[in-house]
Write a protein that binds this ligand. Structure first.
Ligand code: NAD
Length: 354
């Protein structure tokens, strides 16, 4: 074995993991010296946000249940106003990537600390990446201020995540791991985490979908999500994330389903350019060919496999391809406009180039 030279930069952070760990929330808020916490959620998770506020007791200033996907700028501005009205000194974001994203927007604007309590497998809680959408364009950036100061992973909170969302959300986390393995900034530690993330998720997701309240499978999936978020926050991503970011921001396609559909095609595109990464993905999936294994996993969790089935129109392919080519980014295989059009056409129809 030869270890190639590398640079690894760890991010600060604190993780509390385990069934029932939501009970640690008051202690985590106290550790950060918070006295007036605003609890953020989507409208659908208001009940859970209220439970978090009850646990916080006097340290809770209110509940704001307006989070929506991709952080529309007007949603962020309404949340900034609420923070100012309540003179909040920090936020708890309890929910999926949309809620954590709103917490990050508040942190970016105000510098207030965020405690994240993730209830999906998106992984945003482990990254310093923020996003905001205005006029059909999603802008993202990196800023250490938005990285949550503490993350509470409680598998019990994921038991009610519907089976279909669980499957695609888990594959979203696998996508972070796959691209981390062929990232130009990958290093031995992130690659260990990424391979383990694929293994933890691929082995648990079919069971999560079959028996959504299986705590052991839910714990393994959330563990994989933590690993996926960690590598997403540490190393650069490639064509897959660029495509999904553009499809989500421009066409407002659902985030996790989009990742699930595009991933096998992105992996197939990069298969020959990143043989070592593909071998590790295949090993973690327990198959001989990574793109095929990723496609089969999507089918096994009952996910849709074609962009045409989640709201994309065929004449969007050209527009999205042009946008994807606008900025340069690393990918193991050089990318041309024609390549992107072909990849999107395959993903649109759900036909994998095996
Ligand atoms: P989401 O947060 O939009 O959640 C999907 C739906 O599931 C919501 O209606 C939510 O209320 C519901 N839900 C969540 N957890 C639940 C639970 N346990 N039980 C029942 N219902 C539950 O979806 P997501 O896929 O987690 O997040 C997507 C967003 O996160 C996108 O905007 C994406 O760009 C962003 N994201 C950002 C990063 C980053 O690093 N910045 C990383 C990943 C995702």
């Amino acid at each position: 074995m030869t270890t190639a030279p590398f640079i690894h930069q760890s991010l600060p952070g604190r993780v509390v993991f385990g069934p029932g760990s939501l009970a640690h929330l008051p202690a985590e808020a106290e550790r950060l010296g918070l006295r007036r916490v605003l609890v953020l959620s989507t409208p659908g998770q208001r009940g859970l946000a209220e439970e978090a506020a009850r646990l916080l007791g006097d340290a809770a200033a209110g509940v704001h249940d307006r989070a929506v996907m991709h952080v529309p700028a007007e949603t962020a501005r309404a949340a900034f106003a609420r923070v100012a009205d309540l003179r909040a000194d920090g936020c708890v974001a309890i929910g999926g990537g949309s809620t954590v994203g709103l917490g990050k927007a508040i942190a970016l604007e105000t510098g207030l600390p965020v405690i994240a309590v993730p209830t999906t497998y998106a992984g945003s809680e482990m990254t310093p990446i923020w996003g905001m959408t205005e006029g059909g364009l999603k802008t993202t950036g990196r800023d250490p201020r938005v990285l949550p100061r503490a993350v509470i992973y409680d598998p019990l909170l994921t038991l009610r995540l519907p089976a279909d969302i669980s499957g695609t959300s888990g594959i979203n986390a696998i996508a972070h791991c796959v691209e981390a393995l062929y990232s130009d900034t990958a290093n031995p530690m992130t690659s260990l985490m990424a391979e383990e993330g694929v293994r933890a998720l691929a082995s648990s997701l079919p069971q999560v979908v079959r028996v959504p309240d299986d705590i052991a499978a839910r714990s393994d999936a959330l563990y994989g999500a933590w690993l996926g978020g960690s590598v997403l926050g540490t190393v650069g991503m490639a064509i897959h994330h660029k495509l999904c970011h553009t499809l989500g921001g421009t066409l407002n396609l659902p985030h996790a389903e989009t990742h699930t559909i595009v991933l096998p095609h992105a992996a197939s595109f990069n298969r020959d350019a990143a043989p070592e990464a593909m071998a590790r993905v295949a090993r973690a999936l327990g198959v001989s060919d990574a793109p095929t294994g990723l496609f089969d996993l999507a089918v096994a969790v009952g996910a849709k496999t074609a962009l045409k089935d989640i709201g994309m129109r065929e004449d969007d392919i050209g527009r999205v391809a042009n946008l994807v080519m606008r900025n340069r980014y690393h990918n193991p295989r050089p990318v041309t406009l024609e390549d992107v059009r072909a990849l999107l056409t395959d993903a649109y129809h759900g036909v994998l180039n095996r």
